[in-house]
Design a protein around this ligand. Sequence first.
Ligand code: EPU
Length: 376
Amino acid sequence: MELTLNNPADTDWAPQTKVDLQAFNTLSLPAQAAFYCQLQQISDLFAAQQYCQAQELNWMLLGGGSNVVLTDDFNGLVMHMQLSGKNWLTPEQLHHPPAVDDDNLVYLSVGAGEHWDELVAWSLDQGAYGLQNLSLIPGLVGAAPIQNIGAYGVELAHVLHEVMVFDFATGKQFSLSAEQCELAYRDSIFKRQSNWLVVNVTLALSRKPQIQIDYGDIAAHLEATVSIPSAQITPQQVRDAVIAIRRQKLPDPANIPNVGSFFKNPVVSIDKAEQIRSQWPQLVAYKQTNQQVKIAAGWLIDQLGWRGYNKAGVGVHKHQALVLVQLANSPNKSTGLELLNLAQQIQADVERHFGIRLAVEPRLFANTGEISIDAI
Ligand code: EPU
């Protein structure tokens, strides 16, 4: 659905120049933006778009900086997402009518610049459930549909209703239904439409808690800590368990700069998984639909001895081999490239031993825009 453009850009608008981005990315990589602005209201976005068009500038959108690797200074405009706001919507206010008529569902519209985990905590306090398994994922709400964030058996796809998009090429806004977002494992249409910016996300949450604790360590953790029948477990207890488990495995970027999982878990055929298992009987893999198997990339990397590796200021986290970390907080401009060099060595090693090419999960940026690791 297309909306009318009623926010004419401010002609006096101008961005800041030469802004340091190190504090704005969780890998704490040193990089400077030639031009920089904050997006606090939608009119800032119209102004930034017209400025970039007039000046023929490259641009990039920065959210929480928790899923980006900056390899260089950026020679265009960095727009820092800060659109805020949380509003309950009635089904009639939605752009896309609900597919199911469920009285328990409540619709929450959230600005892309809201902090994801604060939203999770707030929604549970409001008695609106569904986000508890996605607790403590770093970053902002606007990033959630881009990579279809997921953890502990739940993905954003399970609760997303619709997304408001701003097309930077045309300056128009439109709404996409969750289905139109083409959400898949750590993937969405936004990874293919480079001019589309997420400005607002509407979630369908439930007044009736649905507890999912069958993934990994959650059930065992709850058994050890709260020890009550699973039917009585509350969403808040699930959130507490997820937070405790994440804190054990994943480094806090405030202490050890990182972007969470550096690679996606590869999805392969059953035959391929069996071929690996014949040599590596302990292989950790999960059956998917369509005769496919998702393999734990962290397990593959761990088998090859990379966990705890550390060289030239970058390394592999000692408790989770899927997480690459920056070890030295040095002003060394090459750190982003050092990190990608390490990622390439890991990719090559995994490919040599298992015949699987790991795909990089965070987005990589050089001085003119997004790049692929193969371009390094
Ligand atoms: N494993 C190892 N060694 C390691 C790491 C993992 O043997 O060094 C094994 C674990 O023992 C476990 C399996 O691999 O049997 C899976 O590990 P884990 O449960 O930690 O999850 P993951 O598959 O490595 C994914 C997501 C995480 C998410 C967790 C929990 C991806 C790319 N990563 O990690 O998401 O928090 O599951 O649901 O899908 C992120 O995207 O940044 C992220 C952290």
